[in-house]
Design a protein around this ligand. Sequence first.
Ligand code: NAG
Ligand code: NAG
Ligand code: NAG
Length: 844
Amino acid sequence: MRRYYMGLLLLLQTLASSNAEGTQKVLANSKPNGQKNGDQLHADIATAQAGERLAQDGDSFVAEALSLLRSLHQPSRDRIRKQQGLTATLLNLALKAVPTIRLSEPQAAESSSPKANTLSRGLQEATALLETAAARNNSDAIYLLAELSFYGNYSYPRDFKAAFEYYHKLAELNGNSSAQYMVGLMYSTGVGGAVEPDQARALLYYTFAANQGHTRAEMSLAHRHQAGIATPKSCEMAAKYYKRVADKAMAWYRSGPPGGMGWIPESYRIADESGGVYGEGASVSSAGINAIKAHPNSDAYASIEDIIEYLNLMSEKGDFKASFNLGRIFYDGQRGLPKDMGLARKFFFDVAQKYWVKGRPIQNPKPGLDKIAAKAAGFLGRMFMRGEGAEQNFDRAKFWFERGALLKDAQSQFGLGLLHLHGYGVKRDVAEASSYFKAAAAQDFSHAQVQLGALYLDQGGTEDIISASHYFELAARWSNLESYYHLAELNYFGVGREKSCSSALGYFKNVAERAEPFVSSWAEANAAYEEGDTELAVLEYIGAAEQGYEKAQNNVAHLLDPDQSRLPIPDWLFKPAKRPELLDNPRLALMYWTRSARQGNVDALVKMGDYYLYGLGAEADVDKAVQCYQGASEYQQSAQAMYNLGWMYENGVGLDQDFHLAKRHYDSALEINEEAYLPVALSLLKLRARSAWNTLTHGRVNSIRDEPVEKKQWSLSEWINNFLQDDGQGYYDEYLDEYYDDATMPGGDGPDFGGGAGGGAVGDDDEDGLVESLVIIGLVSALAFLLVYRNQRQQEARRRQEQELLQQQQEDANRLGGQQAAQPPRFPEPGDPNFWNPGGMLGH
Ligand SMILES: *[C@@H]1O[C@H](CO)[C@@H](O)[C@H](O)[C@H]1NC(C)=O
Ligand SMILES: *[C@@H]1O[C@H](CO)[C@@H](O)[C@H](O)[C@H]1NC(C)=O
Ligand SMILES: *[C@@H]1O[C@H](CO)[C@@H](O)[C@H](O)[C@H]1NC(C)=O
């Protein structure tokens, strides 16, 4: 409660400053705004928030420090992208494909060494200058020092306590929203141990910053209201803040060249590159019904080089489809493969030249060439219209669009529509534009559908709104960004439909998150990660995680995961590098696993269970672990969770020990995910042995029984089929079983062999390793041997008995004059309730 009072107090304190900012903003926004590019917009928003900058005491020091810093060698993060020929590009790609082995991060060691050693002279001078200016309350100096201490730019040693002090000082000094946001972030995460995590204060500082229009703070706040972090869940509040971000994101998108901003999506889960948090097969993301389907863009490095190489080969042989696809790849770019407009243009041009010779179409084009050439023309038009890979030139754009449109290419029709809609190089003509859009929309071209929807929406009649809605929904099938925004607005304001906060929220969140370069630092984070600077990557991902990107939450948790740092190589072979302090933070990892799980990531939910089970990042709490696993195993989602539950039943951890239920869970794990075959098979083997032992010793644990459903009389042919499918392992085991049954039967006369066979080890339940499984296998073999041995002795005894019996019977028969048929030896049936099959899991 106290926290909230304090919060109110602080709120009142800063209200004065934020009021002043508010008026500034209105003034700044009322400026006539023509076509702005993204940077200008950024700058506008920034000045709108900060107000005009007045000259400050110490500005000259800051200027000098900055020029000093810039002259320092900054490890080049942005790779210089030269215009390259195709061979150079291919060579580059080939080089990238060579696997690089990163065993440890040398930077990590450096950054933790004492300040004096690493500060170069230039850096020392710059720092001194900045500190002088900061002492005079120069806001730029304070902010710069804060950033250097937080991110460690220019190899400045990271010092989170100092960073916090600086950010905090600046936030107090003039209510600078960037500083408030960072204070909020540090309170939320407690990163680097600068402050104790305090979600209430984090919320407070995010609120201050958000109310001054700080985009990242708005998004972080929206996420908190949506997920209910340190505040009750509120769709209204979440939608309100997400809408603010989405509005700005849309303005940014539309400030791009005709057709909107273009960028390469950078958000991804690091874990997914290696098959998910639990590796290939065991993770929900890579196995079972919910596996992420292989996507051509999903593993940028693994195969794109191969694809390009192959396409290039085909293209050189004159395959126009290959040339076109190469053009698309270089035009779109993807994570790890920057766009290359020059190459894209070259390939599109190659294709077009195959069809249009000397200004007219060739006589007998190869089948399909006209379609592909039209598409290439559409892209060439688009590139001229947007000024990509060439000077912007509407006439040439129109030229190519018209060529494409003659062949009914949707992109060309859409392009002509845009030219007419805005009067680029032609007379403005909305009717003409809409007829082009209609033609393209009829071919399911989502951008045209959105434009058409917007035109309908502008007319504003009831029927128009229905049509608009219809077109937006058509485009939304292609997850078109603008259509999401329109649908969000329609839902938010209840235009042409019932108001729906939750739908609006979903769409707004999507729009906000997709405008990655505008709202987040995904690209910087990925670059840092790829360069092996895991610490910086974590710091950058944390920002995106706070903003509510599930993938970023997953990445932070994954990079901080103590389990993930464990190499599959044993310690005595390879001494792992010491983890940097920043990465040794299971509490934070658990926090982000939790948030990732709340956004529906099942693997993260299983991870939470692990953390609670082992007491990582929180007090060990077996009940919570069980809850997590049960949640994750619902609807047959996570094989890993099923397996863990089976293990808990087997060992009586958190659940009452029950071998039968354990087996059922192991079986389901296998059902969900066939790839988990080996570990499950081994565990089942061990479980069988323990269960048998339990039965044998009349243990109190519920042993494995057969499911009643399986009780089915099998026909002989079925049985033989099964037998054959069992790879022949069945017969011997079943043969064994019969005698095993004898032994467990009440009054069975088998010798008590168990005690000496090291039965204690069977009952141990500490580790689940392979070694133990092998020991179990050994024990089972020993058991088998003993059984066979005992069986032989029994048989001898029985033979003797039988002979006696026979003699007796003969005597009896002689006496009674009748004869009883001897029972044929019983063939075991798989459905038999006493059917025990130590190798059974191999067949199940
Ligand atoms: C800097 O600001 C703080 C807090 O506003 C104030 O107490 C201090 O006197 C200022 N220092 C200078 C040198 O102006
Ligand atoms: C906060 O202060 C720094 C340094 O003066 C400035 O660069 C930045 O633009 C400010 N942020 C905002 C949102 O005003
Ligand atoms: C320091 O590095 C961070 C992260 O790369 C970056 O966002 C920030 O702009 C840099 N600041 C300066 C002053 O270079």
